[in-house]
Design a protein around this ligand. Structure first.
Ligand SMILES: NC(=O)c1ccc[n+]([C@@H]2O[C@H](COP(=O)([O-])OP(=O)(O)OC[C@H]3O[C@@H](n4cnc5c(N)ncnc54)[C@H](O)[C@@H]3O)[C@@H](O)[C@H]2O)c1
Length: 363
């Protein structure tokens, strides 16, 4: 299959998620990284591009979007891995030049930007993919299928947790610094940074929209300008849900759990044990579903019993993006612009609810 020409904005030396995107894009060999504006600092952008052996390096994303669109062998897609406030202008520049966008979450810094970007995406020939990593896990996709096919009956309860401790103290790393600055992270802290992933998992697996929320966002670290702990009650049609996103849970590195409970059974998934999915039928003994089990229909790269993890899940998002670009159409299971708008609606509804002392707020 033909490799797609990829560019990257952000992800220079010392950055976190850009390197993960590069590995994910390489795993299935569907992309070739050719060009980048890898840093906000032009000198660092150049040295980072040299270190990676990129064919073309730019000092700014504006210059890159224009030059690549005009280049006979220009990039077909761009990965955006900058802090949140830059997603909107960068995505807009590439979409307007007809270049497909693979952007990290949350979609933008504000809901207003997200809605504008959705209009730009709708007017563009180019596709928009949002890297909600956890939607790439085989057992998450299996859970989504099982719920859709009625394996647990009608969904009653959804419970999602995304629990970390890396911001339990005031952080000095560049990643901690911009995440605590509302001008760069947006108004949300933990609710945006990891709550957006948890809310996406809720919607993705339950197939239910989050209609309204009652939220309490807290800030435990003195002087921090954004929330670092979010507790949210959710109404999803007749179903009810709870979401807890925290970055101050000392002793928890990165614990993600999802429970979806229907009137006939339940499913439970944990990021720490991602190749197993607990299924409990009402009145039946619990069972553990794996990639090797009868009926498994999800994607897998290695034989059952051999663990797959974070990088493979990320790679599935990239490979699905490659399929979508070649087909010219987004498949339903691949997170896109509407998932990003829904995520921003959720974040802003939680912030609004919390400011109003937990009043139920429409999403
Ligand atoms: N999908 C996931 O699981 C996941 C995990 C971590 C981070 N993220 C998201 O990825 C994004 C980046 O997070 P990070 O932790 O890697 O941040 P980071 O601070 O490590 O890296 C950000 C990079 O963007 C560059 N940058 C900033 N402004 C730029 C500009 N105008 N032009 C070019 N480059 C610019 C910086 O120089 C840096 O290289 C955030 O939106 C974050 O929410 C997603």
């Amino acid at each position: 299959m033909r490799q797609l020409r990829l560019g990257m904005v952000g992800g220079g030396e010392g950055a976190f998620i850009g390197a993960v995107h590069r590995i994910a894009a390489r795993i299935d060999g569907r992309f070739s990284l050719l060009a980048g504006a890898l840093s906000s600092d032009p000198a660092r952008a150049r040295s980072s591009a040299d270190a990676l052996g990129l064919a073309r390096s730019y000092g700014s994303f504006e210059e890159m979007a224009r030059a690549e669109a005009a280049h006979p062998e220009g990039i077909e897609a761009v990965a955006i891995v900058t802090p949140n406030h830059m997603h909107y202008p960068i995505a807009r520049a590439f979409l307007e030049n007809g270049i497909h966008v693979i952007c990290d979450k949350p979609l933008t810094a504000t809901l207003a930007q997200a809605e504008e970007l959705a209009e730009v995406a709708a007017a563009s020939e180019a596709l928009f993919v949002l890297t909600h990593t956890y939607a790439g896990y085989p057992m998450i996709r299996e859970a989504r299928r099982l719920v859709r096919e009625g394996a647990i009956g009608k969904v009653r309860l959804v419970h999602a947790e995304y629990v970390q401790d890396w911001l339990a103290k005031a952080g000095t790393s560049r990643q901690a610094e911009w995440r605590a600055d509302p001008a760069r992270s947006g108004a949300g802290g933990a609710i945006a940074d990891i709550g957006s992933h948890a809310a996406h998992l809720v919607r993705y697996v339950s197939h239910l929209p989050i209609e309204s929320v009652s939220a309490e966002l807290s800030t435990f670290v003195p002087g921090r300008l954004v929330d670092d702990n979010a507790q949210v009650l959710m109404r999803l049609g007749n179903a009810r849900g709870m979401l807890w996103a925290t970055q101050v849970a000392s002793g928890y590195e990165n614990d993600i759990r999802l429970r979806v409970i229907g009137d006939a059974g339940s499913l439970e998934w944990r990021h720490a044990d991602p190749n197993r999915l607990r299924f409990g039928g009402l009145g039946a003994p619990e069972t553990i579903l794996t990639r090797g089990g009868a009926g498994f229909q999800g994607a897998a790269r290695v034989p059952a019993g051999h663990p797959e993890g974070y990088l493979e899940a990320f790679a599935s998002i990239y490979s699905d993006a490659a399929d979508a670009i070649l087909a010219g159409k987004m498949p339903k299971h691949l997170p896109g612009i509407q998932d990003g708008v829904d995520g921003m609606r959720f974040i802003e509804a939680c912030i609004g609810s919390s400011r109003a002392n937990g009043v139920w707020t429409q999403v």
